[in-house]
Each structure stands twice: as C-alpha cells, then as structure tokens.
Design a protein around this ligand. Structure first.
Ligand code: AKB
Length: 314
C-alpha cells in the first residue's frame, strides 16, 4: 500500500518535528508538510512543502488528490493562552479544521487520521490526578474546543467508520521550533533564558505543577498510536511522562548551571494553569498500545540545554 502522509500545521512546534521524524521513521513514504505559513529551512528542504489554508475544504481536497494522501496528521490549532484573547476566532479555527477533515474522511474511507487533544479537556472540577475517564468540564475556550473535538471524533468513528486516533498531550518541551501561545510554554522559554542570561522570570507560580513531556516522547506516542492496527473504539488516550513545578525545573537546570536563578510574576496564564490537573493517569495507553515514555525531568533538561546551546551558538 502507498504511504503518502500529509501534516497540517507542519510549521508549528510539534508539526515541524513530526514531519522530520516521519521522514526518518518511514524513509519510503512521501511526506507532505503543509501550513498557512512557511516552515524552517530544514523542514522545507526535507519534505514536500505546500502552503495550505486548512479551513478551506477545496484546498485540502486538492492536496489530498494531488499526492494521493492516505494519512493525515491534523496539527494546526490555536493554543490555550492566545485562544483566551480571541475566543470566537479560536473556536472557529480549531473546530473548522477538524470538521473539514472529518467530513472529507466520511467519503474517503481509506484515510487514516490523527488529531491531538490536550490536558486542557480537564477543568477545575477534575481531580488533581486525572484518570482516563473522569470529570471533563474545561474552563478555557481551547479546552472546550478540544473536548468538543474529541466528541466529534468519536461521533465520526461510530457513525461513519472514520479511522481517527487521538492522544491528549501534556505540555510539550522542545528546542527546534519555538512553542507558541500555550500555558505550558514557560517550560520551553526557561531554557532559552537560562542560556542567554542565566535567569528567568516565570509567568506561573513556583508551585504550579503540570504534566509535561519531552518532544522525542511526544513523537514516539504520536506515531506509535498511528502504527497500531485499527482500534475498535475511539479513546482520546491520556499520555503522561513527567509532572513538575517551575521550582522543580529551576532545580533541575541548576544541576547543570549552578548560577541559574528564577523569579516569579504570575500573569493571566496562571488562571489557566490552575484549572488543569497536576498529573494524569495513562494506564489505557500503556495497556492498549504499549505506550512508554523515556525522558524524565533530568534527562530532558540535559537534552534541552545541549541542543539549544548548539543551536544558539551557530
Ligand atoms: C497549552 O499550553 O495550551 C498546550 C497544551 C497543554 O495543550 N501546550
């Protein structure tokens, strides 16, 4: 069977690395990276890059046809912090892209889809360690769009047999492309500032504990769930790796850079963080498709400082 893969939102933090990872994992596959804006040179040089507005059904249909696509990763979304500034726009963007592709897949039964959800589906009423099945009453527009998206995915799976798979990402930490517009972004920004000026002013409180994951683990989870045989039921799988506070992260950085200092000036993103769980339970993913993470806070910190240092001195 052909393996022609389209990544929508390929210029973003996860999309870029996913496209490059798929290139390596499936050297025979045709990787088509697409986004409304151009990606970094490494992405454009190593994939077939297409400018694409995924809210436009015709544009999506043209690309699917042009490359005979059979797998789509829908990575475009407006994240939690920016979405709170423009709630209607965020709702519109996040839902339109997903529903466009789901409706296309309804009549293109050979399409396999990946759509990411997030810890943002949980809310203030969720217990601080969130199980797979628990209270999901999100308090942000991003969370509402993710929870609604999950329900739509299940609906299309049950009613139209669309093969769609979902994982709920925690905060994703990476060095290749800057994170954009999220609440967990402090855990990326802190590394840039540690290397540039040896101190960081954090926009969350020092005790604000959130689930996090290093990019390498996120890429493994994303592609492993897609490599699995078709699932009987749609489950938006929790996938966990580590949980820490800004203070814990500063401590881990200090093991590598003893002079690093941190101060705290919580802003509106703190209110978002306060609605999310401190940790979440991923038993279902571990049981159903052998999910396993590799990186903890110390190994992730070492990798981040090593790669960013190299990148910043080029
Ligand atoms: C955000 O902070 O908005 C995202 C997420 C947890 O989904 N990183």
């Amino acid at each position: 069977m052909n393996n022609n893969i389209l990544i929508i939102g390929a210029s973003g933090q996860i999309g870029t690395e996913l496209a490059l990872y798929l290139r390596k994992r499936y050297p025979e596959a045709q990787i088509v990276a697409s986004d409304i804006k151009e990606g970094i040179p490494e992405l454009v040089e190593n994939t077939t890059f297409e400018l694409l507005d995924a809210t436009d059904t015709d544009q999506v249909l043209n690309i699917l046809k042009k490359y005979n696509i059979n797998t789509v990763y829908i990575m475009a979304a407006m994240l939690s912090a920016v979405a709170e500034k423009v709630p209607m726009k965020a709702w519109d963007l996040n839902m339109t892209i997903l529903l466009n592709i789901l409706n296309i897949a309804k009549t293109h039964s050979d399409l396999k889809l990946f759509w990411p959800s997030s810890i943002a589906v949980f809310g203030k009423t969720t217990p601080k360690n969130a199980k797979q099945y628990t209270i999901t009453e999100p308090n942000t527009v991003y969370g509402i769009s993710k929870l609604s998206g999950e329900r739509w995915c299940e609906y299309f799976k049950n009613n139209y047999n669309v093969d769609i798979r979902t994982i709920r990402y925690p905060g994703i930490i990476s060095w290749k492309v800057a994170a954009g517009g999220g609440t967990t972004d402090y855990a990326v920004d802190i590394f840039y500032k540690a290397l540039e000026q040896n101190n960081y002013e954090c926009f969350l409180r020092k005790d604000s504990k959130l689930p996090m994951m290093y990019m390498d683990d996120a890429l493994k989870a994303t592609t492993d769930i897609m490599a699995h045989k078709e699932f009987k039921n749609y489950i938006p799988y929790n996938v966990a790796a580590m949980s820490f506070t800004p203070e814990d992260l500063a401590h881990a950085i200090r093991k590598e850079r003893p002079d690093f200092s941190i101060s705290y000036a919580p802003d509106s993103r703190q209110q978002i963080a306060d609605t999310w769980p401190a940790s979440f339970d991923d038993d279902y993913a571990r049981q159903d498709w052998n999910w396993n993470h590799q990186f903890d806070i110390d190994s992730m910190t070492k990798e981040m400082l090593f790669h960013l240092n190299k990148k910043m001195t080029i």
